[in-house]
Write a protein that binds this ligand. Structure first.
Ligand code: PLP
Length: 405
């Protein structure tokens, strides 16, 4: 008898950003004269930089010539890109990561959603709350999260680690010991980042308890403070307990181009001594088509001197928006967090307003779209996220409107 995967049916509602898109679409339909500014979804707005465009063109030309045409890409990524990643993202930072521990992919969403497949279905996961929704949802699909309680908006088998103003958005160690711990720093949605000392404590905890940390470093390029690590492998002992996920989306504007990578060190083993590196390699080889040659060439351009200068300028552009939002909200009397090491500003809703009520108010009265904090987890209630990924013009205009509320 044909039966749909019952785990999928357990997922409550639709994906957060689809819900927002629907609400905004119906508002626009009802109010065609209004100009709505979106500071909601974390998508970039600036075009790819010249060094990347040139590399894309060159790669297309190579594909059209007999001598340089490429067929299937190597499962784990082209050597030229893995070498550039190992050199620039790790060796230069004093991290001991080899080229063959790097798995090139089409981005951090698929890697952060798929990586749980290499762990036993009974492994217990811990997530920061609020958190990027993919971590929990992909574990729901894998049948690892137990039952959902709509009142508390929690899964019975998920360990939630609240991150609020009370603990400076750094999770406390949970009462129950998790097997898999998801940490995203700089964080989406709170825009805050863990110091190296705080992250080292988590690495020590994971080693002591035999847990693995899945470290999402998608926003690493936005770090501006010296005591915030760019990689978990800057912490001692992380090679034995951490997987790190990277994206080219936010540093270089690849949200439409698609490229990312994941590091699984060979020293990372389960309790029985099975190396997880081999499992992820097997999974990649069997179920992943590989990132296209053209994209990988574009990714390599990111690491050239021109590419580095250009993406730095891109990050500065967005961080100027972060400052505009942060300063503007503060002037308007809001309590704000983030926006220093990340392109997200996390604000406390005024008068303890519910996150979705504030969403409606902002949409209707200021025609600005943001993201309700509760959409990222129960502890996000009472908070709201604005992104710095808009254009300067739209960001300034959005702040003008919010100040007039
Ligand atoms: N990880 C986090 C924490 C994110 O916020 C996002 C996108 O918003 C991603 C991963 C997805 O990255 P990619 O575009 O590489 O799939």
């Amino acid at each position: 008898m044909l039966k749909a995967n019952q785990n999928y049916l357990k997922l409550p509602g639709s994906y957060l950003f689809s819900t927002i898109a629907k609400k905004v679409a119906s508002y626009k339909e009802a109010n065609p004269d209004r100009t709505v500014i979106s500071l909601g979804i974390g998508d970039v707005t600036q075009p790819l930089s010249p060094a990347i465009i040139k590399s894309l063109h060159d790669a297309v030309d190579e594909m059209g010539a007999k001598e340089t045409f490429k067929g299937y890409a190597p499962d784990l990524g082209y050597d030229f890109l893995r070498k550039a990643i190992a050199e620039n993202d790790y060796k230069k930072r004093g991290c001991d990561i080899a080229e063959d521990e790097i798995f090139v992919s089409d981005g951090a969403k698929s890697d952060s959603g798929n990586i749980q497949e290499i762990f036993d279905e009974n492994c217990k996961i811990a997530v920061c709350d609020p958190v990027y929704p993919v971590y929990v949802d992909s574990n729901v699909m894998a049948g690892r999260t137990g039952t959902y309680d709509a009142d508390s908006e929690r899964w019975s088998d998920v360990i939630y680690m609240p991150c609020t103003a009370e603990n400076n958005f750094v999770p406390d160690f949970p009462e129950k010991t998790p097997d898999i711990i998801y940490i995203c720093s700089p964080n989406n949605p709170t825009g805050t980042a863990m110091s190296k000392a705080d992250l080292q404590k988590w690495v020590d905890y994971a080693r002591e308890h035999g847990s693995v940390i899945i470290y999402d470093a998608a926003y690493e390029a936005y770090i501006s403070e010296d005591d915030v690590p760019h990689s978990i492998y800057e912490c001692s002992g992380a090679r034995t307990c951490a997987i790190e996920i990277h994206s080219f989306s936010k540093n270089a504007g690849f949200t439409g181009t698609r490229l990312g990578y994941t590091v699984v060190p060979k020293d990372l083993k389960d309790a029985e001594g099975t190396a997880l590196h081999g499992l992820w390699a097997r999974r990649h080889g069997t179920k992943f088509n590989g990132a296209p040659y053209i994209q990988q060439k574009a990714g390599a351009a990111v690491y050239t001197p021109e590419g580095q200068a250009e993406i730095k300028a891109l990050v500065s552009y967005y961080m100027e928006n972060a400052k505009t939002i942060k300063d503007g909200l503060k002037d308007a009397g809001y309590t704000v967090y983030g926006g220093v090491n990340a392109p997200y500003i996390w604000l406390a809703t005024p008068d303890n307003m519910k996150s979705w009520d504030f969403f409606d108010r902002l949409l209707q009265d200021a025609n600005v779209v943001g993201t309700p904090g509760s959409g990222f987890g129960p502890s996000g209630e009472g908070y709201f996220r604005l992104t710095a990924f808009g254009t300067h013009e739209n960001t300034i205009e959005a702040m003008r409107r919010i100040k007039e509320l």
